[in-house]
Ligand binder design. Structure first.
Ligand SMILES: NC(=O)C1=CN([C@@H]2O[C@H](COP(=O)(O)OP(=O)(O)OC[C@H]3O[C@@H](n4cnc5c(N)ncnc54)[C@H](OP(=O)(O)O)[C@@H]3O)[C@@H](O)[C@H]2O)C=CC1
Ligand SMILES: C/C=C/C(C)=O
Length: 332
């Protein structure tokens, strides 16, 4: 008999989540049936969408989320024992799956061969955040060499990746982030041209100084006042990829963007939102290109790893507070 440890929703979040909003329970799993397989978690992901989508999570149900695990029993030939799999199984150490999708139209998928790279990358640069950066930036912003690119939440999983792709494409890149330490990392380690600490700098003034030629592409991870300000610095025919709105995820009401119409009209802007699963049919293309860039030494993949399944709530809250550089991961 396998016992799973599972974090379930105890209390709806109000503002920044608290560890007590989640409860750790044990679940005895039944024997697997034909068509099913049993997965043991190795790495779990903590992501901003878990905060944004928590109103959809039922009380007593596992918190939504993805993981990389090892298949330890199987009665499904598509998911053989010993293989590693990525799935949206929720915050749990052991899961019985029948291979169907539970969220985002994403079925559990076998982890492709990454060589000697860590399996955790399947939750980051070689997984959902990686393809969010790859497709969400290249398809919507269509960056050209010599253009100016601004990315918010620039030191996080998606933002740090977008900035590096922008450098590969020959752009000037400015990252907006929440600390000087993170900003210096972007410039010194990832090759960004400049950073702006949105907590201490006057963003308007800093953009005047760092982007006098104006911004051609804005990859928006945060929304709110940061994005309103950036919009006022866009170039004619600028493109804005709306990826996330984390500045409002802890708010009771939706975050307000105070300035859209005037800059949209005056600068002939194009703004487009997306969910990563839009490019599900091109998934392998994104993973393979990101893998090639890693192997060529052009794409770094920082991670902030928290040890221990019991520390999932802490890792999640720390990520929302900005403690992570790169992808926030929990190692079981
Ligand atoms: N559309 C899609 O398909 C997808 C969208 N997303 C979205 O992309 C964004 C980035 O996700 P991801 O890379 O996984 O997460 P990150 O790794 O960027 O982690 C979240 C970061 O958000 C920043 N942050 C927290 N609160 C605020 C705030 N009030 N204002 C500005 N920044 C804040 C923090 O960094 P700092 O120190 O800079 O404050 C924190 O480190 C999120 O908005 C997410 O919802 C992600 C995946 C898919
Ligand atoms: C799939 C992720 C969505 C957001 C908004 O983070």
């Amino acid at each position: 008999m396998v016992k799973a440890k599972v974090f379930v929703l105890e209390k709806q979040f109000e503002g920044l989540p608290k560890e007590g909003d989640l409860r750790l329970v044990e679940e005895e799993l039944p024997p697997i049936k034909n068509g099913e397989f049993l997965v043991e978690a190795l790495y779990l992901s903590v992501d901003p969408y878990m905060r944004a989508y928590i109103p959809l999570n039922k009380f007593g149900e596992p918190v939504i989320g993805s993981q990389v695990g090892k298949i330890i029993e199987s009665k499904n030939p598509k998911y053989p024992v010993g293989q590693h799999v990525v799935g949206y199984f929720g915050w749990r150490t052991h899961t019985i799956s029948n291979g169907t999708s539970t969220i985002f139209d994403s079925k559990p998928s076998l982890v492709p061969k990454f060589g000697d790279l860590p399996l955790s990358l399947a939750l980051g640069v070689l997984g959902m955040p990686g393809n969010t950066a790859y497709f969400g930036f290249l398809e919507i912003c269509t960056p050209q060499a010599g253009e100016v690119v601004v990315v918010s939440s620039a030191a996080g999983a998606v933002g740090s990746h977008v900035g590096q792709i922008a450098k590969i494409k020959g752009c000037k890149v400015i990252g907006i982030t929440g600390s000087d330490e993170k900003g210096k990392f972007l410039v010194d380690e990832l090759g960004f041209d400049h950073f702006i600490n949105y907590k201490t700098a006057d963003l308007d003034k800093a953009l005047d100084e760092l982007a006098p030629e104006k911004i051609d592409c804005y990859f928006d991870n945060v929304g709110g006042e940061i994005s309103s300000t950036i919009l006022r610095h866009m170039n004619n025919y600028g493109r804005i990829s709306v990826c996330g709105a984390i500045s409002g995820y802890n708010n009771e009401t939706e975050v307000k963007v105070t300035t859209i119409q005037r800059p949209m009209i005056s600068f002939n802007l194009t703004m487009e939102g997306f969910i990563f699963s839009r490019w599900a049919d091109r998934w392998t293309e994104g993973v393979q290109q990101n893998l090639k860039w890693i192997k060529a030494g052009k794409l770094k993949h920082p991670e902030s790893v928290t040890e221990g399944f019991e520390n999932m709530p802490k890792a999640f809250i720390d990520m929302l507070k900005g403690a992570n550089i790169g992808k926030a991961i929990v190692k079981v």
